[in-house]
Design a binder for this molecule. Structure first.
Ligand code: ACO
Length: 319
């Protein structure tokens, strides 16, 4: 399996830190120094599937393949347009693909790494030619725009990759996992139970986060994941050309770089103008790197995701 195309799509409307300071008691200096974020994109009349279709079109054009050759379509998202059908099904329709295996994966901000892992397994099992793996989120739907602790962090967007069956697999290592006992650290509400025999008062959908706990969790599991990948593949931290982490916070990237003793330049970051786009952040980052000519065949690229659940996962690929 190889990644043969990348794409991304960000909604047109941008909100700067100064714009947010009109909504809540915050300022550009506080946000930028603690997170590295200067602005983020938010949807107006689009939803998650529209962003996913936009990113998928760019990725397919980049790969030079027709929609008809897609056998598998997986969308990582925590913010679907509707419960039923899944975003992947809406993308199938949006791209005009007549038939494929399609489904969504929800592993929060780790979703893209989970989706890639599942797609690789399914391609191996079924011999599929091409898979589209997309991370797409409209985080602005579940953000409380009155809560300065969270509203400054997130943005909307989508990223996609095309995977192609190849004799020599570019996937050198993959691992996805989760721990059960810290689901209070990062969560959002859902639809309450409501049926003829039982009903619960409806809460809200908003994201709630214990920022410092997330920070500690993230830097611990990213370090552990990188070391596990290197030990299994017999490689060293220097052998990896780029570390593409979930873009939650610039300080997490800097902390991990320092801990691993790797120059921070190897941790490419898109967070300054996207904010945290959850499952979309890794493919958006890969796409930008590809467009800047940074990704060259043969390079080793380490993807690491972490997020609510708590979930985390890593994949080491040869580009
Ligand atoms: N503007 C101004 N002040 C703020 C803001 C804001 N946007 N948000 C919080 N504050 C205030 C708090 O109210 C608090 O004030 P107080 O001391 O008067 O009570 C003060 O700043 C410090 O708050 P902390 O939460 O302790 O701030 P901290 O230094 O920990 O920074 C942050 C918060 C940036 C979220 C940090 O904890 C962090 O980096 N955490 C990682 C979490 C993360 O990146 N989450 C992303 C989503 S999760 C994911 O993707 C997996």
């Amino acid at each position: 399996m190889r990644i043969v195309g990348t794409g991304s799509y960000l909604p047109e409307t941008k909100l700067s830190n100064d714009d947010l300071s009109q909504l809540v008691d915050t300022n550009d200096e506080w946000i930028a120094t603690r997170t590295g974020i200067r602005s983020r994109h938010v949807v107006t009349d689009e939803n998650t599937s529209d962003l996913a279709v936009g990113a998928a079109r760019v990725a397919m054009a980049d790969a030079g393949i027709a929609a008809a050759t897609i056998d598998l379509l997986v969308v990582a998202t925590s913010t679907p347009d509707v419960f039923i059908p899944g975003v992947a099904h809406q993308v199938l329709k949006g791209l005009g693909i007549s038939q494929a295996m399609v489904f969504d994966v929800n592993a929060a901000c780790t979703g893209f790494v989970y989706a890639l892992d599942v797609a690789v397994s399914l391609m191996q099992a079924h011999g599929y030619r091409h898979a589209l793996v997309i991370g797409a989120e409209v985080m602005s739907k579940i953000v409380d725009w009155n809560d300065r602790n969270t509203c400054v962090l997130f943005g909307d967007g989508a990223g996609a990759v095309v995977l192609e069956q190849a004799e020599m697999s570019g996937v050198l290592y993959r691992s996805c996992t989760a721990i059960p006992d810290r689901d209070d650290v990062l969560l959002s509400g859902g639809v309450a139970v409501n049926n003829p025999v039982y009903a619960v008062a409806q809460g809200d959908f908003f994201l709630d986060m214990k920022g410092q706990d997330v920070f500690k969790f993230a830097v611990r599991v990213v370090g552990e994941s990188v070391h596990a990948a290197l030990s299994e593949t017999g490689m060293s931290v220097e052998d990896v050309d780029y570390y593409v982490l979930h873009q939650a916070n610039r300080r997490i990237l800097e902390y991990v770089a320092k801990k691993l003793k790797v120059p921070v330049e190897k941790f490419y970051s898109t967070i300054a103008d996207t904010g945290n786009t959850s499952a979309a952040s890794i493919p958006i980052t890969l796409d930008r790197m590809k467009r800047e000519g940074l990704l060259v065949r043969g390079m080793k690229v380490m993807l690491v995701g972490f997020g609510a659940g708590l979930t985390y996962g890593a994949m080491l690929i040869e580009w």
